[in-house]
Design a protein around this ligand. Sequence first.
Ligand code: PLP
Length: 405
Amino acid sequence: MIGILDWKKKGARNCLWQRAFGATLNRYYFDHNATTPVSPEVLEALVPALKSTFGNASSVHQDGQQARQELEAARLQVCRLLNCSAKELVLLSGGTEADNLALFGSVRPGSHVVTTAIEHPAVLNACAELESRGVAVTYVRPSSEGLIEPSAVSEALLPTTALISVMHANNETGVLQPIEEIGQIALDSGVLFHSDGVQAVGKVPVNLATLPVDLYSVSAHKFYAPKGTGALYVRSGVQVTAVQYGGRHERSRRAGTENVPGAIAMGVAAGWMAEHLSSESFRIATLRDRLEAGIRSAVPNVVVNGGHAPRVPNTTNISFEGIDGEAMVIALDLRGFAVSTGAACSSGAVEPSHVLTAMGLSRSQARSSIRFSLGRINTAGQVDALIGAVAEAAAHLRKLSPTYA
Ligand code: PLP
C-alpha cells in the first residue's frame, strides 16, 4: 500500500497517482468534470472499509452497529464540508439520484417548476418526465455568457410555482450561477429552491447554512471518491417524499441498504476537501489560466465560452473555429490527453451541446467546442504539454477543414 506520506516525501504528484491507480504513463487526464480518479487517501480508507465494515447499518448486532457508527461519522465529514446538520443530509448513489429525489420528491401534478435550459440531463430529463405527469415547466434561457439572470427567474414565476431548480455550476462551461439571489427570490415568493451542486462541491466553498437553498445535490465521484456515492441536502423542515419504496432508511427519504464503504470514501474525500479546498482551487485556477492563455496565444480564432462570467476554477470551454470538436477529442486522445466535448449522441447523430446553443452559439460553433477540466492530478508541465498538443492538433485539423480558410 502506498502511503499518502510517500507523496509528500517524494514531492512527486504524478508518481503517486500513477502508482496508486495504475494510470498509464504519458497519459494526461483533463476531464475531471466527467469524473475524478479515486484519490490516494480515499483508496487507503476504502480498502479496509470494504474488508471489515461489511455489516448492515440497520442490524442490531455489533457488526451492524460498527457499520452504523462509521456511516454516521462519514455523514458528519460531508456535513462539515457543506456546513449542514446530519439530519439534513440524505445519502444516495450520486447526482442523478439527488436531482430526481429533489424534483419528484417535492413537486405534485398541477403545479409549476422553473428551471433553466442549461441544466444537466439529470434535471432536464426529470423535468420532461414531470411534464408528462401534468407538471408545467418553464425553462429560463441564459445570457450569451451562460449566466441565468435572477430577474428572468422572477418573471417566470406563476401562482402555481412549487419549485425553482437552478444549478450552482455548469458542467460544460463552469459558469457559476447567482444562486444566492435566485434563492432569495424563491424565499420571498414562498417557493422551494433546489440547486444541482454536483459541479460546485470540491471546486468552490459551499456553505449551506448561509446559502438560501432548500435542496442541494452532491455527487462524490466529482471530488475523488468512487462512482455511486452522493447526497441530497434537505433543509430542516422541508419535506421530500421518497421516490422508491422499501425500508425506512435515511429517515424514510431513501429506501435501500446503505452503501457504508461508499459513504466512508465520500467522507474521506470531503474531509480532504474541507482542509485543502482553498489552496488547491488557487493552484488549479492558476493552471486553468495558464492553459487558456497558452491556447489563446498558440492558436488563432478561439473563443472561451463563458470566459467573462464567474466560473469554477478548474473549467474552460473553448470553441476552435473550423474544427470539429469530436475530431479534436480524438486527435488529443491519440496524443495522450483526455478531454471532452459537451456534445450528446442521440439517435445515432452527434447533437451539439444544448448549453452552448442556449447561450446563442451556432450549431457549428457549439460543435467546435472542447471542455478542458483540470484537477488534483494535473501539473504545470502537463498543461504546457497539452497546449503544445492542442496547437499541433488544431493546425492539422484546420488544414483538413473545408470550412476554415
Ligand atoms: N448534475 C451535474 C451538473 C453533473 O455534471 C452530473 C454528472 O456529470 C450529474 C448531475 C449527475 O451526477 P452522477 O454522475 O453522480 O449521477
